[in-house]
Design a protein around this ligand. Sequence first.
Ligand SMILES: NC(=O)c1ccc[n+]([C@@H]2O[C@H](COP(=O)([O-])OP(=O)(O)OC[C@H]3O[C@@H](n4cnc5c(N)ncnc54)[C@H](OP(=O)(O)O)[C@@H]3O)[C@@H](O)[C@H]2O)c1
Length: 253
Amino acid sequence: MATSRGLAVVTGASSGIGAATARQLASAGFTVWACARRVDRLAEVAAASPAITAVTLDVTSADSVAELTARVNAERDGLALLVNNAGGAVGLEPVAEADPADWLTMFQTNVLGAMRVTQSLLPALEAGSGGHIVLTGSIAGYSVYEGGAGYSAAKYAARAMMETLRLELNGRPIRVSEVAPGLVATEEFSLVRFRGDAARAAAVYDGVAEPLTAEDVADVITFVATRPAHVNIDLAVVKPLAQAAPYKLDRRR
Ligand SMILES: NC(=O)c1ccc[n+]([C@@H]2O[C@H](COP(=O)([O-])OP(=O)(O)OC[C@H]3O[C@@H](n4cnc5c(N)ncnc54)[C@H](OP(=O)(O)O)[C@@H]3O)[C@@H](O)[C@H]2O)c1
């Protein structure tokens, strides 16, 4: 049997990209802790492989992150991989009409959530034979679109944090990477963004021949995470063929 690649913590693993990443990392030889708030959904993800364990985590709660960290620190071999994936968008209102509460939610998960978990798990990432932090960013962290200011601001901020961290960790055995997807048709991302409005959520993908799937993005994350320890992929941008830019989509399907 192949040697285990070690422990991987994946946040936001109860659906979409996180769930697919948990499954693919398990197939690639990691022992995976799939973390999120919804335990029932996590149990379904964990059922896919004996290498996956469901772990309740709210990245907005310092206590919840501390509980996760205590469990990780009890592991003898440290932490090999942290995938900061929990996050998403809320609302598509222009700046003039945006609700600060929505912006706060996006910052709490995409930015401060990733910061809390990263800070807390850094010692464990350094304890083993070398750790790796991968952020699920977004092309919204590299360019803006109308209605997307709050989400873009959060993804720009998360990206700034990861780029800074790479500088600060230089000389220590911890890699820092970002995978930045374009349009991904996951079952919940747009539903959450439009507060449960299924018709509006479905319209996001209208006419687009083949948006990315959660599995497509998980495949890239798994590739980034399985390079040799001296190879750091700083950034992998992945978009569907039909998308040239966040606002430039071929919808002629
Ligand atoms: N779909 C896209 O088009 C797209 C494109 C680029 C980037 N992304 C990014 O990819 C990541 C995953 O998105 P997705 O499309 O897979 O969306 P999703 O299906 O809505 O998944 C979001 C995940 O984040 C978790 N989460 C939310 N708040 C949390 C909290 N406070 N604590 C812990 N977990 C929390 C959710 O689980 P619980 O609700 O169970 O906690 C869920 O597992 C996000 O960072 C998103 O910004 C998505």
